[in-house]
Design a protein around this ligand. Structure first.
Ligand code: GUN
Ligand code: ZN
Length: 427
C-alpha cells in the first residue's frame, strides 16, 4: 500500500555543492509518496493527499524529511577503538587499529561489530556507507550479511595489505586477488550490496599487490575501488621511500591500474598539482573526512582549490579515525575546515555533500541520496529542535537554512527521529 509521509522536504534541482541553495527547493508543507520501496512522488502535502486519497498518511509535523545520509568512507572494524587518544596516523594504526583488526579473524567478533556498527550508523541517520573491512574474508561476509538484514544499500571490501602490518594481518598479492575476487563474485550486485576493491594504502601494499588489484579492477571496472591518498605529511614521505620511482603518491596507484572514474580516494589533503589534475581528468572522487583530519592531526582539506578545480567530492565520517558516527557532526567539521581555509560552506552545500554528493561519489546518485520519483526510499525524519540549545536558536531562524544550521552544528543522534530503508521503518 502507498504511504504518504508529510513534513518539510528538500528537493535537489542541481548540484548544490556548485550552485548552493539555488539548487534546492524547500517545501514547508511537503510530502513524499512511497510505494514498493521507492519514492513515487514528491510535492505539496495538499496536492499529494488529494491525488492519493487511499495512501496511509504519516504526519511528521515540522520534521525535515531528507535522504538518508551517505557516508562514503568508514572502517566498520574500528567501531570499538573510536576516540583513542594521542597518536598520529602511523602510530595510531600500529597502536590501536591493527591490534583490533587482528581480532576479526574470529567471525563471531566480526558479526558482533558489524551489527553494532550498522545499528549506530542507522541511529545517526546513515542509510548507506562505503566501508573498509579487514584482511579477513569473513569480515566482509559479516558486514554484508548485517547490511542485507537491514535492507541497506551498502558497499564494502576486503582490506588488502601484504607488508608493514603485523603478523595475522597480512595477505599476499595472490591471496588478495583470489579472496577479493571470490568475495566480489559472492556479493557484488546481491540485493543492494556492492563490492569495493580495497587496497588499504600504498605503504601496506607491495607493488605486486597493487598490480594484482589493478588487474582485478580491470576485469570488473563497474566495481568501486577505494583507498587512502595523501592524508598525512609523514605518510607521504614514507610512500616516497617505498616507491622511489613514483612521481607522487597518486602515481603509486596510477602505475598499477588503480586510477579511474570509479576510484574513491580518502582524505586527499596534501595533493600536488599533478595529482589534482589527474584526479579531475579521470573523474575519480575525493572523500573528505573532516573529523578524522583534525582528530588524527592530518591537516586541512583544501576547499578553495578543490572547489575551483570542480572535483567530485564525497563526505565521510572515517569512523574510527574519525571521531563520530554522525554525518551531522561531520558536516559541522567540514564547515569548520571550510572556515579555516577561507571557504565557509553553505548549509545547502553541506547537506548535499552528506547525501547526493556522497551518493554521486559512489556512483549511486541515481538511486539514493535525493528525494525524487524513482529513487529508492531511503530517508530520514530530522527533528530540527532536538535539544534545548538547538531549539532556541532554530526558533529565531528566518529561512530553512538558518533553521537547519543549528542542527548541523550542534545535532547528534537525538535529531534523527526516524529512519527508513526501501520505505520500511528501521528506527
Ligand atoms: N590510512 C591507512 N589506513 C587508514 C585507516 O584505517 N584510517 C585512516 N584514517 N587512514 C588510514
Ligand atoms: Zn580510512
Amino acid at each position: 500500500m502507498a504511504e504518504l509521509h508529510l513534513g518539510q522536504v528538500l528537493e535537489y534541482r542541481g548540484d548544490a555543492l556548485v550552485e548552493g541553495p539555488e539548487a534546492v527547493t524547500h517545501r514547508r508543507h511537503g510530502a513524499l509518496l512511497v510505494e514498493g520501496g521507492k519514492i513515487a512522488a514528491i510535492g505539496e502535502a495538499d496536492d499529494l493527499r488529494a491525488d492519493h486519497p487511499q495512501a496511509r498518511v504519516t504526519d511528521h509535523g515540522a520534521h525535515l524529511l531528507s535522504p538518508g545520509f551517505v557516508d562514503a568512507h568508514v572502517h566498520y572494524p574500528q567501531t570499538a577503538i573510536i576516540a583513542s587518544w594521542g597518536k598520529r596516523l602511523i602510530d595510531w594504526l600500529n597502536h590501536y587499529t591493527f591490534p583490533e583488526e587482528i581480532s576479526f579473524a574470529d567471525p563471531a567478533h566480526a558479526t558482533e561489530i558489524a551489527n553494532l556498527y550498522l545499528d549506530l550508523a542507522l541511529e545517526n541517520g546513515s542509510t548507506t556507507m562505503c566501508s573498509y573491512c579487514t584482511i579477513h574474508p569473513g569480515s566482509v561476509d559479516a558486514f554484508f550479511t548485517a547490511a542485507q538484514a537491514r535492507g541497506m544499500r551498502a558497499a564494502a571490501g576486503k582490506t588488502c595489505m601484504d607488508r608493514n602490518a603485523p603478523d595475522g594481518l597480512r595477505d599476499t598479492p595472490q591471496s588478495a586477488y583470489d579472496n577479493s575476487k571470490a568475495l566480489l563474485e559472492r556479493w557484488h550486485g546481491e540485493d543492494r550490496l556492492s563490492y569495493v576493491i580495497t587496497p588499504r594504502f600504498s605503504p601496506t601494499s607491495s607493488a605486486d599487490q597493487l598490480a594484482a588489484l589493478g588487474a582485478l579492477w580491470a576485469e570488473h571496472p563497474d566495481c568501486l575501488m577505494q583507498t587512502h591518498l595523501s592524508e598525512q605529511v609523514d605518510e607521504i614521505a614514507w610512500v616516497k621511500e617505498l616507491y622511489p620511482n613514483a612521481r607522487d603518491y597518486l602515481d603509486t596507484y596510477e602505475t598499477y591500474g588503480l586510477l579511474g572514474e570509479n576510484a574513491l580516494y580518502g582524505h586527499a589533503i596534501h595533493l600536488e598539482p599533478r595529482e589534482a589534475d589527474r584526479i579531475k581528468e579521470t573523474g575519480a572522487a575525493l572523500i573528505h573526512c573532516p573529523t578524522s583530519n583534525t582528530f588524527i592531526g592530518s591537516g586541512l582539506f583544501d576547499w578553495p582549490k578543490r572547489l575551483a578545480e570542480g572535483q567530485r567530492i564525497g563526505l565521510a565520517t572515517d569512523t574510527g579515525g574519525g571521531s563520530s558516527f554522525s554525518m551531522l557532526r561531520t558536516m559541522a567539521a567540514a564547515y569548520e575546515i571550510g572556515q579555516l581555509t577561507h571557504k565557509p560552506l553553505h548549509p545547502a552545500q553541506l547537506w548535499w555533500l552528506a547525501t547526493q554528493g556522497s551518493a554521486q561519489a559512489m556512483g549511486m546518485g541515481d538511486k539514493i541520496g535525493a528525494l525524487a520519483p524513482g529513487m529508492e526510499a531511503d530517508f530520514i525524519a530530522v527533528d530540527l529542535a532536538s535539544t534545548h540549545a538547538i531549539a532556541q536558536r532554530a526558533a529565531r531562524a528566518e529561512d530553512i537554512w538558518e533553521a537547519i544550521f543549528p542542527t548541523i552544528m550542534m545535532g547528534d543522534d537525538r535529531a534523527i527521529a526516524g529512519v527508513w530503508t526501501l520505505g520500511e521503518k528501521r528506527r
